[in-house]
Design a protein around this ligand. Structure first.
Ligand SMILES: [Mn+2]
Length: 475
């Protein structure tokens, strides 16, 4: 009798990052996370994704929290579990390309403050934009023995995105010195049988572990995971049930139960998972009651397969249109998105390309004429400042938006001079830790407002007297 070979799958828990980014615009505060870390630490997760993406921006901007402080506290609470962050390649956690010295510094500080696994992606899948972050992680690994560089490919559909494309990318990633590969499916576009094909093809060309990240938006995600696991994927991303499904991930409890008693069994304790779910459920109810959790993002939206809009972008778009009293244009904007995407070289839609394409689509619809107004970022993409797209961009749009301007073809960061010293000089009056320079680098205005708030708090300003709407704090 042959023995069944066990191959327990790893599960990355996303409730502290992507799940709340996708469902409640990244508003979960640190204080809500800390009391449950002890239980989460006992589950046996492959990792807990807890930082990066929009968490950094939302902490500073809306929650008035220091994101570095959040990271240190989570690190303290997760003594036996690897922490994971999402990193936007040369754009770090911001919306523009940065110089290499900022990328190196940010990676170094992320690991120093508690990150184990850095998932690095580029919104155009231009691998040149990932090399600096991978090198930075590998340098730290050499000196500190900690740090794992995972390169994520932004999964998308389109003529250029064939199995041949994905396997070539996998081989290049291995050559770049990454520790693992992630297929990052922001919008839930990977359907179950395509997952079998994709994972089998990638597994045949690389020995690196492969992790799959998807969203429930189109309703197929748990089936996609099942097929991917059968095809040999090593790790899947899930969220605890109170913040699962909809534009978030498949539920952790459900996936763990699905594989129970099979060679893929992750061996989780359902009673422990139930306690963690019980902890988060009242917060979900609170978010539903105060409107932070909009039922619109909780159902199945099969049109995402057509429009390819990632979860975080959907909830942002709904609130953008709400502000403009233009909620009725929701489906017009959804239709314009693939058109703008084609104009810009058919990139994947993931931050910041998703924001750039989404905002431009909103402009194109609300202005009544396409590209009557182009954002600064749309112009930068057209100039090549974000890197190379898989397909060429529309010459007609280039001529309309940036007539006669010079376009670049090199690695964009090669044209950006080191900027740490300049950034530090600009913000030194607020600096209380080296990490503050990096917060300022990513979000100059938002970070400065936060530094003012922090100082007012430290000087014990009566907050009832502070004019927080105008960021004025009587000192
Ligand atoms: Mn995601």
């Amino acid at each position: 009798m042959s023995e069944i070979v066990k191959k327990p799958i790893g599960i990355t828990e996303t409730i502290l990052r992507d799940a709340h980014q996708s469902l409640i615009a990244t508003r979960m505060p640190t204080d809500l996370m800390l009391p449950i870390l002890d239980k989460m630490d006992k589950v046996g997760y492959h990792s807990v994704e807890c930082w990066g993406g929009a968490t950094f921006d939302a902490s500073l901007r809306f929650l008035k929290e220091d994101p570095w402080d959040r990271l240190r506290k989570i690190r303290d609470g997760l003594k036996n579990t690897k922490t994971q962050m999402l990193f936007r390649g040369q754009n770090i956690l911001g919306y523009r390309p940065y110089a290499d010295d900022v990328v190196h510094n940010f990676v170094q500080k992320s690991v120093a403050n508690g990150i184990d696994i850095i998932r690095i992606f580029d919104c155009l899948n231009d691998l040149r934009n990932l090399q600096a972050a991978v090198d930075a992680t590998n340098n730290i690994k050499k000196t500190e023995g900690r740090g794992h560089a995972q390169i994520a490919l932004s999964y998308t559909l389109g003529d250029a995105y064939t199995l041949d494309y994905w396997t070539k990318m996998a081989k290049q990633i291995e050559e770049m010195g990454a520790d693992s590969i992630c297929i990052k499916d922001m919008a839930g576009l990977l359907v179950p049988y395509k997952a079998t094909e994709l994972i089998s093809a990638m597994k045949s060309v690389t020995k690196l572990p492969i992790q799959l990240h998807t969203h429930y938006t189109s309703g197929v995600a748990s089936m996609t995971y099942l097929k991917a696991v059968e095809a040999g994927v090593d790790v899947i991303d899930c969220a605890m049930s109170p913040f699962a499904l909809g534009t978030s991930q498949p539920a952790t409890e459900v996936m763990a139960e699905t594989f129970k008693g099979t060679p893929y069994d992750p061996g989780f304790d359902q009673n422990l998972l139930a306690e963690i779910a019980d902890y988060f459920r009242p917060y979900r109810d609170e978010c539903l009651a105060n409107g932070l959790l909009n039922p619109k993002v909780m159902g199945v939206d099969i049109k995402t397969l057509l429009y390819q809009v990632p979860g975080g972008m959907l909830s942002n778009m709904v609130s953008q249109l709400k502000e403009q009293n233009a909620e009725d244009r929701y489906y017009d904007v959804l239709k314009e998105i693939p058109e703008v995407r084609k104009d810009l070289g058919e990139p994947p839609l993931v931050t910041p390309s998703s924001q750039i394409v989404g905002t431009q689509a909103v402009f194109n619809v609300l202005m009544g004429e396409r590209y009557k107004m182009a954002t600064k970022e749309t112009k930068a993409v057209l100039r090549g400042e974000y890197g190379q797209t898989v397909k060429p961009m529309s010459q007609e749009v280039i001529d309309k938006v940036i007539p006669g301007e010079k376009r670049i073809t090199c690695r964009p960061a090669d044209l950006i001079e080191n900027e740490m010293d300049k950034l530090e000089a600009e913000m030194k009056e607020w600096k209380q830790q080296d990490e503050d320079i990096l917060s300022y680098a990513l979000f100059p205005q938002v970070a400065t407002d936060f530094f003012k708030y922090r100082q007012a708090q430290q000087e014990k300003v009566d907050m009832t007297q502070a004019d927080t709407a105008n960021n004025a704090y009587p000192v």
